[in-house]
Design a protein around this ligand. Sequence first.
Ligand SMILES: [Zn+2]
Length: 75
Amino acid sequence: MANSIWTIEEFTCTGCSMNYTATREEHAEEHVGHFKCNICSSVVHSWSGKHHFFGWQAVKTKPPVFGRRWAGVEW
Ligand SMILES: [Zn+2]
């Protein structure tokens, strides 16, 4: 990891307020991509530029309001 810069960033889905984290990695070349919400399929984050994201995952806190909608979400 000596020559790469990783930053963990947090995102919130505008559709259902689910929180996500992803790791941002700086690159010398351009990348384009996006991440979708696991719950409501909204695009939560998209990017283009000299960086890339990986490790997209839901923040593992149990939201008290969603109840059964969480059935079937894979942690
Ligand atoms: Zn959502």
